[in-house]
Design a binder for this molecule. Sequence first.
Ligand code: C2E
Ligand code: MG
Ligand code: MG
Length: 563
Amino acid sequence: MEYIAAMQDMSIEQLTAVIEVLQKSSDSYFYIMDLDDDIYIVTHQMLKRFPFTDTVTKDARRVMRDVVVYPNDYPKLKEDIGRCTAGEQKIHSLEYRWFDREKRIVWVECRGTVIIGKNGHKLLFGRVNEMGKEAKADNITGLRREIRFQYDAEEILRDRPQMINYMMRIGIDNFKEINEKEGVEAGDNVLRELADCILATVNPKVDVYRLMSDEFMIMDAVPECTKEAQEVYNEIKARVAESVREKEYSCFYTVSAGVMQDGFEGKNADTVQSLTEFALNEAKRSGKNQMALFDRAAYDEYLKRLDIRKLMRRDINDNFKDFEVFYQPIVSTPDYKLIGAEALLRWKCEKYGNVSPGVFIPILEESGLIIPVGKFVLWQAAQTCKKWREVIPDFHINVNLSYVQVYKSDLLEDVDRCIEEVGIPPESLMLELTESGYIETDSRIKELFRELKLKNFDVALDDFGTGYSNMRYLQEIEATTVKIDRSFVAQAIQNEHDYNIITHIIDMVHSLGSSVCMEGIEKEEELNKMMQAKPDMIQGYYFGKPAPADQFEEQFLQNTERR
Ligand code: C2E
Ligand code: MG
Ligand code: MG
């Protein structure tokens, strides 16, 4: 056989004898792989521990992929071995997972050197170590590393999950800032301090690990353990605060924690990592410097959002399939004549049915997908508006813009191009931006409003009365129209005090030269009451619900004489 010649004239028996001899004096397992002939030779010891069928395996890559290597890790092995085979590297070194004969996951560290035999074959000589046998320490904190956590957790989750009291993932709230502002050394000191705080708090038998970056994991599976997770977290937090104080606030930091206390049965280490990470992110999202318990319902909600995002992305790439723009009439006062419509996006899918914009718009915003979808709405609305202006010449359509479009796309360019391509004047579109903290604090929004107005577009400040309503920026922003939110209107209908506020606001908006559109009028009594406050436009179910374009035409335009 050729690979024997390649191994400097040694026979297969001699070759195998060499690794068998080495094996006798070591805990490592030795192997030879003929990279060109795809043959894997292992020792008898190794054969006892791992699921090979013989000491010599032909079709080695397939057997590794299908039987020996943990499937998630095979791609990285394939890549590394590929580089060795292509002659791009001489050393193979990888930490990854195998299965043992009982189908249990085992972390291994695999090393090897490529030797070229006489016939030109590449032979990989090496050894495999079981990592769980060694406590690999992180050299900053002295704690065991993530890989060891994976190994230990895998074992305990498999053999005695009911013994686990809790797993707590701890993260430093502002670690990136410390590294950037105070330097990496200060960052390392913080990691050491925190490790000390954790070790001083937990029972010495409890396992503590340093995970990647600024995170730690406490795995408490000690039967006589007396401290609850919350108590442990509180103590760590107090120790951290004390240590910050002792160092005279030279480096200020706080810590958050994500905790899993039950439901370990049937989970593997990867899953526990994701779930505690989710809980830690929840703690940080709710303001940091606190502990959050893993919340199944919130996690399911999160997974659903990810799923919706995936489905929407698929639909967007399929020419906006299942996205549709609906239109809701806007009437003028006091004649209640149809003067325009608001374009409102709809999305449905087989799995979740009709999803509310309140759910899917934020997902589009977070993922940046609102940029292509926003353009789609803009173009649809412009084309529809062109058609409807044939019936009502000064008809306009309101299009909602997201602050993400303002920050991350060339909005001005897009709207310009849109009206030019479609062939409508700028005043056929009214662009709506939601009133929120952004408008007040960011000059870009004011700038955008100014430029849109210079180009003769109408601009509306949407949802007034919901968030940070501030009279000053009403004045600064000079919107063509202020849209008073439905929740504010509903309060005014019920409550005289709020009604008075709305009348004053309307007066003020008028004195600034802008007009007012009142949203959410559903009933006649509401209309009669709110008309006394003298809004200029009304939009609400009373005059029409959002509907598809053809339905809108049928309902509102077909019987309208051309004006
Ligand atoms: P919005 O811009 O304030 O739109 C008005 C919302 O109030 C619409 O909800 C409309 O259906 C609802 N509405 C109008 N009149 C009444 C009424 O009399 N009673 C009740 N109960 N509701 C009424 P919708 O369509 O669910 O949209 C919710 C929000 O989603 C919109 O609020 C807007 O902020 C956002 N949105 C919708 N389409 C788009 C879009 O194309 N782009 C962006 N960026 N946001 C959009
Ligand atoms: Mg709107
Ligand atoms: Mg609104």
